[in-house]
Design a protein around this ligand. Structure first.
Ligand SMILES: *[C@@H]1O[C@H](CO)[C@@H](O)[C@H](O)[C@H]1NC(C)=O
Ligand SMILES: *[C@@H]1O[C@H](CO)[C@@H](O)[C@H](O)[C@H]1NC(C)=O
Ligand SMILES: *[C@@H]1O[C@H](CO)[C@@H](O)[C@H](O)[C@H]1NC(C)=O
Ligand SMILES: *[C@@H]1O[C@H](CO)[C@@H](O)[C@H](O)[C@H]1NC(C)=O
Ligand SMILES: *[C@@H]1O[C@H](CO)[C@@H](O)[C@H](O)[C@H]1NC(C)=O
Ligand SMILES: *[C@@H]1O[C@H](CO)[C@@H](O)[C@H](O)[C@H]1NC(C)=O
Ligand SMILES: *[C@@H]1O[C@H](CO)[C@@H](O)[C@H](O)[C@H]1NC(C)=O
Length: 646
């Protein structure tokens, strides 16, 4: 098996990851009227919470209206997951303060909302420092685990071990948070997290977490991931790293200081990057391991460096031609000033720059020492620079000085696709034709990676935030941080280390680590359906409609009501036949069996032709029946008879 892990240095996230919504609760018993004092107090509260989310503690509580309008007082707080960098916390809080009133609880006085990254809560009564474990919600991963009994015992024990750590009497403002990894099998690691509100007493935190763990164990039905959400504490376990794996769990205040050590870096990265980081650390360790012993090659048995060098030396005449003068880049970015910073990723920051001749660039800056040899770095840069296609973001070159390594990309003024499709306002700024062109662009970019470039490349992490948009809204696939190169006659590979983003991952990859061009096709299908519906696919967890996006699309397809899937605003500007065709293609791409999914070349043909007859889609992966969470079963109107807890 010949695979090459492309350089982590090429990962480019111009935008931080959007928050992943999970659940909310707001009682319609107490509501306020539009334009009331309560509403304006609430709006102030939400903006205070949002502006205070830069705090390092990842927590803030405040009250609005107590003196002027006592009967309309609003109390509120947010809590970010303990491992997040402030910028990510800020992102989540800012998203949640908007979405809660716009999408979920427009007129309720009391509300709580959970995202993967943070929780936001407000009420017209004071709830600070009070332990409240209701409303409580259990969410399950949709996939099953082998040896469930041993598994839940291990999970419950590990989570329980974390309780004293999180509940420890710490100084005020300290995080009440703990994470721990344990081996379930040789190839499966169990990741565990517990967290309380920091304003709880040690006693209450302890009580809340223990009850949550008990609840989780009691209703355990063999799922490989699960979590309890309630207003005071939360616990979660998974078999993938859903938080940043830290060198030291942090029950106390998070480490402060500059990004200068690996630990600091570990703390300062985005969720998406965390997965990249795991890959990085993993590769890093592998590189080291390989130096020690060539025999240690248990994972993919790839000879990555040799293939890489082979391609690089054969095809590139001058590495130096891609090298930028460090000083030029420094000047272009105003000495990497904060004003020029446009993003932050796992390996450093991204800056906007303007070259002397006026060309705008995006510069990714890495400050870690010797993560990779200079030659390797150059070779990999050259390799990526060779990938040139209208629908791939273009690497212009690199810069090196001392330990600093820079990558220079063309600048994408319109950021990424997720900024449009999941934002209620910006979404409607584009018309169907533009979205259609974006869809076609992604398809062509992917086709190039899969078939048309000289290498066969599997992206492995295709999602809207990795699709950047240029001046003309042309889609450019970015972030090849997890990409793999296949040799010409290789079709499938296996990895024990599943990286990528749940929600866009094909089932065979998420479950068995098997990836191929068809796993990218799956991700493409998910994006297509997201663009059309304006809704996020949350992968193995359920969306607000108590079903996944794919299941929802499939149900409407089967009931011949597929136009209901289309976002209202889009109906106004679209051609019905085109949009139905796109949904059809989307469903073909997300079919359960990878062999049934079309290749990207077929997809491009389908998209480009009005007359081509499409096969009937089969049942998509992750159908409703398979991923109904345990506690959701009784309240749903779908076909329960087919639910088979596996
Ligand atoms: C509140 O929600 C419940 C359940 O969703 C619904 O039956 C009830 O009519 C709602 N009450 C009001 C006042 O909207
Ligand atoms: C609330 O205020 C907005 C803007 O001031 C106005 O357009 C809207 O009609 C008002 N709504 C109600 C119910 O008074
Ligand atoms: C934080 O919240 C307080 C109110 O609790 C508010 O006065 C302040 O402006 C907010 N913003 C910052 C940056 O502190
Ligand atoms: C925050 O909560 C504490 C109790 O945990 C309370 O004493 C304090 O007044 C709250 N702060 C604000 C601004 O409401
Ligand atoms: C919150 O509002 C509800 C109804 O709007 C009211 O019945 C309740 O007394 C209020 N709670 C407090 C503590 O003011
Ligand atoms: C935490 O503080 C309380 C009260 O100050 C004390 O009774 C308790 O023993 C402390 N617990 C720990 C684990 O230090
Ligand atoms: C445990 O489950 C019960 C019943 O659903 C619920 O009332 C309680 O709040 C849950 N406890 C926690 C800590 O989530």
């Amino acid at each position: 098996m010949h695979l090459v892990l492309l350089s982590i240095f090429t990962s480019l996230s111009l935008t931080s990851e959007a928050a992943e919504y999970r659940y909310h609760f707001c009682s319609n018993q107490t509501t306020f009227s539009p334009n009331s004092t309560y509403q304006s107090n609430l709006n102030n509260l939400l903006s205070f919470l949002s502006t205070n989310s830069t705090r390092e503690t990842g927590f803030y509580n405040t009250t609005v209206g107590q003196t002027q309008t006592p009967e309309n007082t609003v109390y509120g707080l947010f809590l970010c997951r303990g491992d997040l960098a402030t910028i990510e916390c800020q992102d989540c809080v800012s998203t949640s303060t908007k979405e809660i009133v716009q999408l979920y609880c427009p007129e309720e006085k009391e509300a709580v909302i959970w995202y993967d990254e943070c929780m936001l809560r407000y009420s017209n009564r004071s709830f600070f420092s009070i332990m409240e474990d209701e409303p409580s919600k259990i969410l399950w991963n949709l996939l099953d685990i082998t040896e469930p009994n041993r598994f839940i015992q291990l999970a419950a024990k590990t989570l329980s071990d974390l309780v004293p750590l999180a509940a420890a009497n710490a100084s005020s403002g300290a995080k009440r948070f703990g994470t721990k990894e344990t081996k379930f099998t040789d190839s499966q690691t169990l990741y565990n997290l517990v967290q309380c509100l920091p304003d709880l007493s040690s006693f209450d935190c302890n009580r809340c977490l223990r009850a949550a763990i008990t609840n989780l164990s009691k209703s355990f039905g063999g799922k490989r991931g699960g979590r309890v959400l309630n207003p005071s504490c939360n616990v979660r376990y998974e078999v993938f790293a859903f938080y940043l794996v830290q060198a030291v769990p942090a029950p106390g205040p998070g480490p402060k200081g500059k990004i200068s050590t690996v630990i600091a870096i570990v703390i300062g990265v985005t969720i998406a990057a965390s997965v990249v980081l795991v890959t990085l650390l993993y590769c890093f360790r592998r590189r080291k391991a390989r130096k020690k012993s060539d025999a240690i090659n248990e994972l993919n048995s790839e000879k990555s460096d040799s293939i890489l060098n082979y391609h690089a030396t054969r095809e590139i005449t001058s590495v130096e031609s891609l090298q930028f003068d460090f000083g030029t880049i420094e000047a272009a970015t105003n000495k990497f000033s904060d004003d020029n910073k446009i993003g932050e990723g796992g390996f450093g920051e991204v800056y906007k720059g303007v070259l002397p001749e006026g060309k705008e660039i995006a510069v990714k800056r890495f400050s870690m020492k010797s993560l990779q040899g200079l030659e390797e770095f150059k070779n990999e840069v050259v390799l990526i620079a060779k990938l040139q296609h209208k629908n791939l973001v273009r690497l212009l070159g690199y810069g090196i000085e001392g330990d600093e390594k820079l990558l220079v990309y063309e600048f994408m003024p319109n950021k990424s696709l997720d900024n449009f499709i999941f934002d209620s306002k910006r979404r409607s700024q584009l018309d169907w034709k533009t979205y259609y062109n974006i869809i076609c662009g992604i398809a062509r970019g992917l086709l190039y990676l899969h078939e048309d470039s000289r290498l066969k490349i599997i992206h492995r992490d295709l999602k809207p935030s990795n699709v950047l948009l240029d001046h003309d809204m042309v889609a450019k696939i970015s972030d090849f941080g997890m990409a793999r190169i296949f040799s010409e006659n290789q079709n499938i590979a296996n990895t024990k280390r599943v990286v990528g983003t749940y929600g866009y991952m094909a089932p065979e990859y998420a479950m068995e680590g098997a990836f191929s061009v068809k796993s990218d096709v799956f991700s493409f299908g998910v994006i297509l359906l997201e663009i059309i519906s304006g809704k996020r696919s949350s992968g193995f967890y359920l969306t607000e409609h108590s079903q996944t996006l794919l299941a929802y699309a499939w149900r409407l397809w089967c009931e011949d009501k597929v136009l209901e899937f289309v976002d209202n605003f889009m109906m106004e500007s679209c051609s019905t036949s085109e949009i139905v065709k796109c949904i059809h293609i989307g469903l073909l791409c997300v079919e359960e069996n990878p062999q049934d999914r079309p290749t990207m070349s077929t997809v491009v043909v389908m998209l480009g032709s009005e007359s081509v007859a499409l096969p009937e889609p089969k049942h998509p992966a992750f159908s409703v029946a398979k991923f109904m969470p345990m506690d959701e079963i009784s309240v749903n109107d779908l076909t329960f008879s087919t639910i088979v807890p596996q």
